[in-house]
Design a protein around this ligand. Sequence first.
Ligand code: SF4
Length: 348
Amino acid sequence: MTLSRQAPSRAAAKENGDADDTILELRDLKTYFFLERGVVKAVDGVNVSVGRRKTLGVVGESGCGKSVTFRSVMRLIQSPPGKIVEGEILLHRKDGETVDIVKLDPGSRQLRDIRGAEIAMIFQEPMTSLNPLHPVGKQISESVLLHQNLTRRAALERAEEMLNRVHIADPDRRISEYPHQLSGGMRQRVMIALALSCNPSILIADEPTTALDVTVQAQILDLMRELQDDFDSAIVLITHNLGVVSQMADHVAVMYLGRVVEYAPVSEIYHNPKHPYTIGLLNSVPVLGRKEENRLVPITGMVPSPMEEIRGCAFAERCPEAMEICWEQPPEFNEHEPGHYAACWLHD
Ligand code: SF4
C-alpha cells in the first residue's frame, strides 16, 4: 500500500513509465465557499487525474462536490463567496509543458485560451450556456473566431460542419435557427458542437443526459463516444447514473463529501468495490430481474453538512462496517491493488 501524494492514475502511469499519458491532474484541490453562516468545504482535498483520450466517470450523490471540482478546473467558481484555497490543477500538454490553472489570473488571455480551446464544458441544461438571442450557428462561429485565426465566413462554415458532425439534419438551415426552435436533444447536440468546435483535448460533461428522454440519452452518449474517437479528446463525465458510467468510463472516481473516496478502472469498481460507500451506491441501483435476495438496499442516513468539522471518516455515520478507529482518525487515500485506491480503514 502506498499513500498517493500525486493524483492516482498519474502515480500508476508513472510506475508503468507512461506518465505522459496523463492530461489533467488535480492535487489536493480545495474549493471553499465563505458564507455568513460558515465555511462550506465543497471540495476538500481532491486528488484525481484524467488520462489522454480516456474517459473518467465521476460519481456521487448530489452535493458531494463533483460539479464544483470541475467548475474549479474551468475557473467558473463565483468569487466571492467561492475560492480555490489550496491545491493544483495541472494541465499536461502534449509538448511536455505543464500549466497550473490555479495560478492563472481569472481575467487572463491564457485562461481564456485554455477554456474552450483546450478544455471545454457542457452542462445538463444547454439553455444555461446557449444565448437565446442569437442563432446557434452564430454562437458556434463566435467561439471559433475567439480561438482560431479564421475569417467570419470560414468560421460559419466550421459551425455548419460541426452541426453536421453532431448529426443535426439540414445543418445549412438549422445554422440560422434560435435555441428555442430546437428540441432538448438537438440543443444538447448544439452544445456538444460548440464545445468541440475548437477541438479541445478535454471535454467536461456535467450530467449531459440527465434532462433528456432515455432514447435521446442513448443517442447523446453514442455521439460523445463517436466524437471522442474522432477528436481524440479525454472526457470527464460527471453523473449520478452508475449505468451511464459503466458504459462510458475507463476509470471511475467516487466522491463523498468533497473528496474522492475510491478510484479504480471501471471493471474494478463494479466487480471489486472496496469502499462501503461505493458498495452502497451499487446496491441501490435498480437492475431488471434482480433476485429477491439481492434486492435494492438504500444507503441509510444523510450526508453530513460540509460545514461540519469531522474528526474521523466522513462516512462513519452511515457505514455498516464502521469501527472504533473510523470515528477517531480519517482514513488515508491509499493504493490497495495496482491502480485501485480507496480511503477506508477496512483495507489498511
Ligand atoms: Fe466505513 Fe470506517 Fe471505511 Fe469509513 S473508514 S468507510 S467508516 S469502514
